[in-house]
Design a protein around this ligand. Structure first.
Ligand SMILES: [Zn+2]
Length: 111
């Protein structure tokens, strides 16, 4: 399993189904989220995806992540401007973390 990519709960259930049931996977993910081991973000298909924060080179705590179309690796994109985030706070809105498709800038991208 290439751990630098993102996985949906369905992906993880398929990968681990022979050894672990869906509820156990979900509970583990919830704990990993709480402990800051993994992050989750919604992709363009509306699926929640999970990924290891340790594998992100930078911008681990952001509202937008990039999933490379070529190598599947996840990257943290720059955070939204403070002014915008402050306006969201006025409405008591929490930004939804999104996973955007694009192309990484790595010279050794496997794409
Ligand atoms: Zn790439």
């Amino acid at each position: 399993m290439n751990q630098k990519r993102a996985f949906t709960l369905k992906n993880l259930t398929e990968i681990l189904s022979e050894t672990t049931d869906r509820v156990t996977i979900y509970r583990a993910l919830k704990l990993f989220l709480k402990e800051g081991i993994v992050a989750k973000a919604m992709n363009a298909k509306g699926h929640t995806c999970f990924f290891y924060l340790d594998h992100l080179p930078d911008n681990k705590q952001t509202e937008a992540y990039l999933e490379c179309e070529n190598c599947d690796q996840i990257f943290g994109l720059p955070s939204l401007p403070d002014q915008y985030l402050n306006q969201l706070n006025a409405y008591q809105v929490k930004p939804l973390a999104t996973l955007l498709k694009g192309q990484c800038q790595r010279a050794d991208c496997a794409g």
